[in-house]
Design a protein around this ligand. Structure first.
Ligand code: IPT
Length: 945
């Protein structure tokens, strides 16, 4: 059998060991290599391993890299299906094969003796030669492989040759939901291994929260000694436990002690975090305290280099998640670059470290032939788990091992678990696919609905083992496109039930690839089989710009909650460990969104899990609607955020808008020159629609219910997609029948029926316009007519205004977009933005940008001329330079071309977002069911300067 189709774990490599650096010489072999891509192994050149082989005509390629992202071949995206025939362990003969060659010299003074060549990741199979001698074959793409090369090295002119195949037997185990791309995508390093050096070590560092004592014991060769100067530990021998008072490590207080392991031959810098993970009373605890996991699933992704993630990018992720109150990361669905976990130690994140394993493509086949239950794959499964655990065992941030993802269940998984339990009893085992929890230590589900979580919380479960385990959602809150909706309700469940310990939003980043003018997704590379934009489901855009979903998540999971309380301001501490002593509470009073007073709020330190009520500061009088905003911010800068960074905030209503002055007398409706005129408005006499305001041409407003469907509207996971129901009802092509235009006296009353073609049902919409000086009041009465099936996307008005009115200012919810089930991040304030800035550039265009709870909004030209709309009391609005229909049609952001007009929606209601793209749909309370609705808006022209 060819090595390519060998289901075993590869060959020739050294036993797995911890990732670490030392003072022994090392040489990075990253850089520019020679490269040649062949369409198959048969077509690949022979003799490349020979030192004298002439590669001068080959291309150059950076290493690390994925060659498809450097113009060789093309990336391809599938979620579940394998892009090749399911014929395990066989792979296509058309197997792109990338030959890599590097000539290198050793630095002066490189010691003779043992040396190890380490590859941190080769996707998917690499055959390696040094100076003409074959070292072996790697499989297990996101895991390290090391080879002994000491005897082969020479001071100058070494020739390293790596033949990488896109497909191998291992590909069957690597069906993660991500781009298929190949190459030497992580670091290549040559490490001198001194005689008597430290080959491997495991620092076991526990913490006893009842005594405050830490215990450290180093498992390694017997002559190693440990120094921790800060703790006065000197030359402590390996193998012996040492107990001493320490500060524990946690994600909130990532206390690391720097130390050294040494032998006569080698010194290894170490950083020790003392913590103990347990499962007690059905809860996952660290240092005696139950955790609330406010997590994200993180794939490694860079929009230019794919899974080649630089240290700077890894750091950017860590800082971004920390700044958004995230405290946990699941390394979906493979061990990340080891540098990422070091950062998690340093900055403080709980990590589920997941093995590089997924066989999801067997699911559509009823799991027939799934490697998880086939003996020939047993060694590969174990090998992958060993390499994960051995590499990362010294990371205090890693608190759970995960066997992999979406590989169903089977004996090979059970064996992995058994091996882990034996090798590392200090960390519980996670694997979602073990539904009976036969071989895992935590009960994990993905995309469980709110009802399911509630049932699990109530322990309404006939499986006794599952009932006793802590529960977490390894994936939930699918962040595809506009969404997720419903996060708040998950949080409420996690907080209500002690066994429900939070979860991990799917997922951190959109895997869009940088293309000309937009980000590309599945199908953009001509893939014959692909899953479209299902790979665009992150809380940050591909360039790591936070999406509104991330703002929402950060607000929902904020560690300090500030709420109005009958007797003042309630401050609740939702950290798992620390008190609020590190935070400064400030308040600002805004009168109709303008700050008029501010101060510091004295809040005594609140312990974890507790709350306190402080009285409201004394406030000056205000004249308009005013709000008190209280923020909790870092007093001092931390490693991950500057002083002043806000971790939580709340708003208290202080005074309502003043009672409106008595209305002036109504203005008359009159007809002149074929037009209907009422106050500042001109109307089309036939249709009764507003055609000019203050002398500027406008169109509408008219009743409108459609929105450019979101990924969640189109989602299929919660039954029939809302979008299908809407489209089938014809809500995207409503027709307006004018029943009557009644323009006598002091009101313009327009009666209409708005209904889809081919359907018997519709909506009566009556518009009543009244003029008061320069203001026009519009009352809209909507009455469903007939049996209306299902929900509406939204309910409100659409109108078009001059394109010059491109600046928006509003008082209401902001600064970002908000929808009924994703509106926690919107605070009441005064905000301004260009129309361009109101758009959320979802990689796959869809409904976006809705501002909610708006009291008034003005859209104006640079000279100040424009329009002001007041709610009675509030409305939602969007403003775009294209129509909802154009937004619906667009496939990439650059398909959206600004037109002449600004299109407004002015809504009384929006349907929620939900997460039906992969998860539950819109919760009942956020569904927009047609019913008799009345709402009022005021329109006023704003004169120019
Ligand atoms: C789930 C996968 O675990 C994850 O990798 C990703 O594909 C996610 O779905 C959707 O984006 S599996 C799903 C079929 C529940």
């Amino acid at each position: 059998m060819s090595y390519l189709e060998d289901p075993g774990p590869g060959r020739g490599s050294l036993p797995p060991r911890a990732a670490f650096t030392s003072d022994a010489p090392s040489l990075s072999l990253n850089g520019t290599w020679r490269f040649r891509l062949s369409p198959s192994l048969a077509a690949a050149p022979s003799g490349i391993e020979a030192e004298g082989f002439d590669d001068s005509a080959w291309d150059e390629l950076p290493v690390p890299s994925l060659w498809q992202l450097h113009g060789h071949g093309r990336p391809a995206y599938t979620n579940v299906p394998y892009p090749f025939p399911v014929d395990p362990p066989h792979v296509p003969s058309d197997n792109p094969t990338g030959d890599h060659r590097l000539r290198f010299d050793l630095p002066a003074g490189w010691p003779a003796g043992s040396a190890v060549l380490r590859f941190d990741g080769i996707d998917s199979c690499g055959r390696i030669w040094l100076n003409g001698t074959e070292l072996g074959v790697t499989q297990g793409s996101r895991l390290p492989s090391e080879f002994e090369v000491g005897p082969l090295l020479r001071p100058a002119g070494n020739v390293l040759v790596v033949r990488v195949h896109q497909w191998s037997a291992g590909s069957y185990l690597e069906d993660q939901d991500m781009w298929w791309a190949s190459g030497i995508f992580r670091a290549v390093t040559l490490l001198a291994r001194p005689d008597g050096g430290i080959g491997d070590y495991w620092i076991r560092a526990d913490y006893d929260h009842t005594t405050g004592l830490g215990t450290v014991r180093v498992e390694t060769r017997p002559d190693v000694v440990l120094d921790i100067p800060e703790l006065g530990v000197t030359a402590h021998p390996a193998g012996e436990a040492l107990e001493l008072p320490v500060e524990p490590w946690s994600a909130e207080t990532p206390r690391l002690y720097e130390g050294t392991l040494s032998t006569a031959a080698e010194r290894v810098p170490v950083r020790i975090g003392f913590r103990t993970v347990t499962i007690e009373d059905g809860q996952l605890k660290v240092n005696g305290r139950p955790l609330m996991l406010r997590g994200v699933n993180r794939h490694e992704h860079d929009p230019r280099t794919g899974r080649v993630v630089s240290p700077e990018t890894a750091l950017a992720d860590v800082l971004l998640v920390k700044r958004h109150n995230v405290n946990a990361v699941r390394t979906s669905h493979y061990p990340p670059d080891p540098a990422f976990l070091e950062l998690c130690d340093t900055y403080g994140l709980w990590v589920i470290d997941e093995c590089d394993l997924e066989t999801h493509g067997f699911e559509p086949l009823g799991w027939a032939g799934n490697p998880s239950d086939e003996l020939i794959w047993a060694e590969a499964y174990l090998d992958r788990m060993r390499r994960t655990v051995e590499r990362d065992k010294n990371r205090p941030s890693v608190i759970l091992w995960s066997l992999g993802n979406e590989s169903h269940t089977g004996e090979n998984l059970a064996r992995m678990a058994e091996w882990v339990r034996h090798r590392d009893p200090t960390r519980p085992i996670h694997y979602e696919g073990d539904h009976d929890c036969a071989y895992v230590d935590v009960h994990s589900r993905m995309y469980a609905t709110h009802e399911e979580v509630e049932r699990i919380g109530r322990k309404d479960d006939d499986n006794a083992r599952r009932r006793e385990l802590p529960f977490l959602q390894c994936e939930y809150g699918h962040a595809m496109g506009n969404g997720p909706g419903g996060l708040l309700e998950y949080r409420e469940l996690f907080e209500r039930y002690p066994n429900c310990q939070g979860g991990f939003v799917w997922e951190w980043i959109d895997h869009g690839l940088a293309a000309d003018g937009h980000f590309a997704y599945g199908g953009d590379f001509g893939e014959p089989i692909h899953d479209g934009n299902f790979v665009i489901d992150g809380l940050v855009f591909p360039d790591r710009t936070p999406s509104p979903g991330l703002a929402e998540f950060a607000k929902v999971i904020e560690p300090v909650r500030i709420e109005a309380d009958a007797s003042g301001i309630r401050v609740s501490n939702h950290y798992d460990f620390v008190d609020t002593g590190h935070l400064t509470f400030t308040w600002v009073l805004e009168d109709e969104g303008i700050a008029v007073a501010e101060g510091v709020l004295e809040v005594p330190p609140v312990l974890s899990g507790q709350s306190t009520v402080v009285s409201r500061p004394s406030l000056p009088a205000t004249s308009g609607e005013s709000w008190l905003t209280v923020s909790a911010a870092l007093t001092s800068s931390t490693a991950w955020a500057p002083a002043g960074h806000v971790v939580g905030w709340g708003q208290l209503a202080v005074s309502e808008a003043p009672v409106a002055a008595p209305l002036p007398p109504r203005g008359p409706v009159f007809r002149t020159g074929g037009r209907l005129v009422l106050g500042a408005g001109e109307f089309d006499p036939a249709t009764g629609t507003l055609s000019a305001l203050g002398g500027h041409v406008v169109t509408g407003p008219r009743l409108d219910v459609w929105r450019a469907t979101t990924d969640n509207d189109r989602g299929t996971f919660a039954g029939r997609p809302d979008a299908d129901q809407w489209r089938e009802a014809g809500l995207h092509r409503m027709q307006h029948r004018v029943i009557a235009v009644d323009a006598d006296g002091e009101e313009l009353v327009v009666r209409t029926r708005v209904a889809p073609p081919a359907q018997p049902f519709g909506l009566f919409a009556d518009y009543t316009w009244t003029a008061f000086d320069d203001r026009l009041r519009l009352r809209v009465e909507v009455t469903p007519d007939g049996e209306f099936p299902g929900t509406l996307p939204r309910l409100g008005l659409a109108m078009a205004i001059p394109g010059a009115w491109g600046s928006a200012e509003w008082f209401g919810g902001g600064p970002g977009e908000a929808y009924p089930d994703s509106r926690q991040a919107a605070r009441i304030g005064r905000f301004s933005s260009s129309v361009e800035g109101l758009q959320t550039p979802y990689v796959f265009p869809q409904e976006n940008g809705n501002r909610t709870a708006v009291r008034w909004a003005a859209l104006t030209a640079p000279d100040g001329a424009g329009l002001r709309i007041d709610g009675d009391p509030v409305f939602d609005f969007t403003a775009r330079r294209w129509t909802a229909a154009a937004l619906e049609e667009a496939r990439h952001t650059d398909d959206l071309v600004p037109g002449e007009l600004v299109h407004l929606t002015l809504d009384v209601a929006q349907h929620g977002l939900g997460t039906a793209s992969c998860g539950p749909g819109v919760l009942p309370r956020y569904r927009l069911v047609p019913q008799k609705t009345e709402f009022t808006l005021w329109f006023r022209p704003v004169p120019g300067r």
